[in-house]
Write a protein that binds this ligand. Structure first.
Ligand SMILES: Cc1cc2nc3c(=O)[nH]c(=O)nc-3n(C[C@H](O)[C@H](O)[C@H](O)COP(=O)(O)OP(=O)(O)OC[C@H]3O[C@@H](n4cnc5c(N)ncnc54)[C@H](O)[C@@H]3O)c2cc1C
Length: 306
């Protein structure tokens, strides 16, 4: 009988991968014959539902990140980039270090939790001009962007203020709604510090392609959230899509052009590109799994999360 341990490899340290690792930390990782390893790009877990609070300066960034190494004692952690997955060969190539050198990690069981990426659907100008809201860096960028725009609009030599004070968020899911709410509160609360600005100059718009925002929560809560946001001054455009963004502003599918410097895009995601090359069954690019989250026709391979 072989003495080599059973190797469980988890890819991705978001909600899916990290919680799988934490569960195994309490169970299988205690077994001497089992070796569990988590691979993630960052060495911290990011609590995305509070990302907007960092963008809105309500929370310090250290309050929404948690170091993975502190959370896992029995599970090994590898900080690096997953480069490729070879299901037939049961190995994953990862890179790390300043020179991005490669390692091959072999496994007996694989858990794939690599999340999704932003999809701009090739809409004109988006990739170059839109801000995104997925990482800690995105939240800091948005925060600095908002402050820079308030400062610029307040300056006495600022000629045309309204594009600087119009902020468009695309996407009425969790990310977009939380972002527009945080952004709205932030700029309104900041106004007393800017003597040349007032509420009537602000324009904060949420653009959503469906009839009601927050489709994840059902119509009743979506309508309630819409009412609350509208009461706080957010202009909500339902059944509307962003068609493109240029130096003039954001063009909407109803023909409106909103003159603005700011578009935050949360309206599209697509599966992690690493999944594209995997020779297994997929549904709309996502891995098809059974009721145990096991990937169809690949025993020992599981997939979870976005
Ligand atoms: C701003 C915002 C607010 C949200 N609010 C809510 C909410 O209130 N409620 C709710 O239910 N959902 C919310 N969501 C959605 C929620 O965050 C996602 O559904 C969830 O994060 C998905 O978890 P996941 O583990 O599948 O993917 P992710 O959290 O995206 O984790 C994937 C991990 O894999 C890593 N990774 C990816 N590719 C590689 C690679 N090649 N190499 C190494 N590592 C890699 C990433 O760095 C990341 O750590 C929100 C999302 C955002 C962006």
């Amino acid at each position: 009988m072989s003495n080599s341990p059973t190797r469980i490899l988890i890819l991705g340290g978001g909600f899916a991968g990290l919680y799988a690792a934490m569960q195994l930390e309490k169970t299988l990782a205690r077994e001497p014959g089992v070796e569990v390893t988590l691979v993630n790009r960052e060495n911290f877990f990011l609590f995305t539902p509070l990302l907007h609070e960092v963008a809105a300066s309500d929370l310090d960034l250290t309050t929404i990140v948690n170091p993975v190494r502190k959370m896992l004692k029995r599970v090994n952690f590898f900080a690096g980039e997953v480069e490729s997955i070879d299901l037939s060969g049961k190995r994953v190539v990862v890179s790390h270090g300043f020179d991005h050198h490669h390692h091959s990690l072999e496994y007996d069981h694989l858990v794939i939790g690599l999340g999704s990426i932003t999809n701009f659907y090739s809409l004109p100008g988006l990739e170059a001009r839109a801000l995104t809201m997925k990482s800690l860096g995105d939240a800091m960028t948005l925060r600095n962007h908002l402050i820079a725009h308030l400062e610029e609009a307040d300056s006495e030599c600022c000629g045309v203020k309204h594009p600087l004070l119009a902020f468009v968020v695309a996407g009425g899911g969790f990310a977009g709604v939380e972002t527009v709410a945080g952004l709205n509160d932030f700029v309104r609360d900041a106004l007393p510090s800017y003597p040349h600005l007032n509420e009537t100059m602000l324009r904060i718009v949420l653009v959503h392609p469906g009839a009601v925002i927050l489709p994840e929560l059902g119509e009743k809560l979506g309508v309630y959230a819409q009412k609350k946001l509208a009461e706080r001054g957010v202009d909500i455009r339902v059944n509307t899509k962003v068609e493109g963004v240029s130096e003039r502003g954001v063009k909407l599918s109803d023909g409106t052009m909103i003159e603005t410097n700011t578009l935050v895009w949360t309206a599209g995601t697509s599966p992690n590109p690493l999944l594209q090359g995997l020779e297994c069954k997929k549904e709309r690019g996502r891995l098809a799994v059974n009721e145990y989250l096991e990937v169809a026709d690949w025993p020992g391979v599981w997939a979870l999360g976005d």
